[in-house]
Design a protein around this ligand. Structure first.
Ligand SMILES: *Cc1c(COP(=O)(O)O)cnc(C)c1O
Length: 311
């Protein structure tokens, strides 16, 4: 930590060996970011960004997010006693809005999709002189997310790939930066998206950054129609294996994971958990995969039991 820097808001999460039989590979490691105070890894980057904003004199925080980034921003702002406004798209669930409001945030609804909420919230922040927290596209976010790799390296684990879900690509960018800053730039990253939210996968296939016409996956936390430019660039400069899984494969992985480790995660996280099984042959060369268990609050006992039912 730099001299004078505030203590981080996130926790150093447990690094667990996966339960026997959960994955086809005998030795798989789990970075348990589902156990962060906000239920997802988002607090790493969002906490870093909000702390910097506070240090720079910000007196208010604004964030557009229908989910975990907004929840983390509300938590981080409250920890630093800053007022915070979270703008949700009209499609976000009432349950998530309530969880965010319970942290003392003002919740506004604007726009049919995240892009519209984001435009509105950015303008609002500018108008009020508030600091805007982007959910996936900011260098301080990536710096914060990279701490998960710092922790795994400090624990001395010898992993040979990192498996992660990709939405807007902030987590992916942070993982790549974390590998680079820990001297592990040769370790491949397996970047997993659900079909219907595969904006990085399609961009890599097209050789240019593309914007999906719509998000059709139920993994809403992966629902960025266009990934950050920085994520696309890192996927081309770092050894990256871009894979997709179906919504059904992602949700089935959430159920299996809950049974084996007694922790509930969103389908967004289920995508990463599904990859080693769904793409077993393509990933056969890895002996010691590390999965970023990114977590997420948009999951409940009721949704898990629905996913258990045959579709
Ligand atoms: C935000 C989020 C993601 C995707 O992260 P990006 O930085 O947008 O790629 C994946 N899983 C969960 C649970 C998330 O909250």
């Amino acid at each position: 930590m730099a001299a004078g820097a505030a203590a981080a808001l996130h926790l150093n999460t447990p690094l667990l060996r996966a339960a026997p039989g959960l994955f086809p590979q005998p030795e798989v490691w789990l970075k348990m970011d589902a156990l962060q105070p906000c239920g997802s890894f988002k607090l790493r980057g969002v906490g870093r960004l909000v702390q910097q904003a506070a240090a720079d004199g910000a007196r208010e925080i604004v964030c557009a997010s229908g989910g975990n980034a907004g929840f983390a921003a509300a938590f981080a702002a409250r920890s630093l006693a800053l007022p915070v406004t979270i703008v949700l798209p009209e499609t976000s669930s009432a349950a998530v809005a309530d969880k965010i409001a319970a942290h003392g945030a003002s919740v506004l609804r604007h726009g049919a999709v995240w892009d519209e909420a984001h435009q509105f919230a950015s303008a609002l922040a500018e108008q009020r002189g508030a600091a805007y927290v982007h959910p996936f596209d900011h260098p301080l976010l990536w710096e914060g997310h990279a701490t998960l790799i710092d922790e795994v390296c400090a624990a001395g684990l010898d992993f040979d790939c990192v498996v992660t879900a990709v939405g807007g690509g902030g987590l992916f960018a942070g993982i790549v930066d974390g590998l680079r800053r820990n001297g592990r730039a040769e370790v491949p990253v397996v970047a997993v998206e659900t079909l219907g939210a595969e904006s990085l996968h399609q961009s890599l296939n097209a050789g240019e950054l593309i914007t999906l016409p719509a998000i059709t996956s139920i993994a809403t936390s992966l629902g960025a129609r266009r990934v950050a430019q920085a994520a696309f660039e890192r996927a081309r400069s770092h050894p990256t294996i871009s894979l997709t899984v179906s919504d059904a494969e992602a949700t089935a992985a959430c159920v299996r994971f809950a049974d084996a480790h007694r922790v509930m995660v969103e389908p967004a996280c289920g995508a990463a958990l599904a990859a080693l099984t769904v793409h077993e042959a393509a990933l056969a060369r890895f002996q010691r995969p590390l999965i970023e268990v990114c977590g997420g609050i948009a999951v409940s006992l009721a949704s898990l039991s629905n996913w258990t039912m045959p579709a």
